[in-house]
Design a protein around this ligand. Structure first.
Ligand code: PHE
Length: 340
């Protein structure tokens, strides 16, 4: 049997040298090393030998196997090189072929929605004011009537860059910046931008999202102006039949504070899955600018009044396209993004 082994090895090595293609090579591998290959079968027959001959044969057979496998690998590499050279000689590898074009991109769904909202308010006479993402504790909280240790700060947990610097939790600090820049002009602006909150990421809330803040400051501005503005906005975005409802709420920087809801665009108020059977969808937190905030912006509350609101941006897009997971907006999955 040892003889048989040596013979087999020699035969296999000779055959390997003669091989000219990867197809033949695969066939060779099957014939000698495969499950039913000659060497495999021979190895398996070790049990038919007398006990004392088995170790020597086993050793020799394993050595032969390793050798053949190494030779196979080497030959495979050689063949690959030869085949590539042959292809290049034939000119099959055309290095002048241009790459695949990336194709034109398009605006992200959030940007599209944001632009739609901006253009509606632009038509209504609001200017766009870009504020900043990185804010001081004072701008994000203090000047908005939330001194340190104010319990309302708990509504807005955020990411801190140092003891006094944070990623803004809402676009409201922009109110102070606009007022300080524009005083003593009357103001009618929106402040679109990204906000950050340190909270659990779920299908309904992300740790980053967009808001559009609205701010109007003037003489004798009233709650009616606020309601009218939000109603007009809802109608321009969702159609002329929309209604807005106002509920009492609380924000430290508005007084009185309200929550504005719109009748459900899907069921029109009947109650459905989208509005959780309430008939209403939340549109904005809003209210009349708090006297302290007016003052912090440089406007005397005895002479001036104003309204402010904060709209979500992703939520309307989710409603419009029936998107049920806000995480998709930041997932960068082209299969999602290409749909809009
Ligand atoms: N800043 C508030 C929030 O993020 C929304 C708001 C804006 C409320 C302006 C009132 C006035 O929840």
């Amino acid at each position: 049997m040892l003889n048989q082994l040596t013979q087999l090895e020699q035969e296999a090595l000779e055959a390997l040298v003669a091989i000219k293609s990867s197809q033949e090579l695969a066939e060779w591998n099957r014939r000698y090393l495969g499950k039913k290959g000659a060497l495999t079968l021979l190895l398996r027959s070790v049990g038919t030998l007398p006990k004392e001959e088995r170790p020597a044969f086993g050793q020799a057979a394993n050595r032969a196997k390793n050798e053949l496998e190494a030779a196979y690998k080497e030959r495979a590499q050689e063949l690959r090189r030869i085949e590539l050279e042959r292809e290049m000689a034939r000119g099959a590898l055309d290095v002048t072929l241009p790459g695949r074009p990336g194709g034109p991109g398009h605006l992200h769904i959030t940007t599209q929605t944001l632009r739609q909202i901006i253009s509606i308010f632009a038509e209504m006479g609001f200017q766009v004011y870009e504020s900043r993402d990185v804010e001081s504790d004072e701008m994000n909280f203090g000047l908005l009537n939330m001194p340190p240790h104010h319990p309302a700060r708990d509504m807005w947990d955020t990411f801190w860059l140092d003891d006094n610097t944070l990623l803004r939790t809402h676009t409201s600090p922009g109110q102070i910046r606009v007022m300080r820049e524009r005083y003593p002009e009357p103001i009618r602006v929106i402040l679109p931008g990204k906000c950050y909150r340190y909270e659990q990421v779920t299908a309904r809330s992300e740790h980053q999202f967009y808001q559009v803040e609205g701010l109007a400051v003037g003489h004798a501005i009233t709650m009616t102006d606020l309601i009218g503005t939000l109603t007009e906005f809802a109608r321009r975005l969702y159609g002329p039949q929309r209604h807005i409802r106002i509920r009492g709420s609380y924000f430290p920087f508005t007084e009185p504070s309200v929550e504005a809801d719109m009748d459900c665009i899907l069921c029109g108020g009947e109650g459905c899955r989208v509005c959780k059977y309430s008939g209403w969808l939340e549109v904005a937190g809003a209210g009349m600018v708090h006297p302290v905030v007016l003052q912090n912006g440089g406007y005397d509350p005895a002479e001036w009044s104003g309204f402010a609101f904060g709209l979500g941006v992703e939520r309307p897009a989710m409603l419009k396209y029936s998107i049920d997971d806000i995480r998709l907006f930041y997932g960068n999955d082209l299969r999602f993004l290409r749909q809009f």
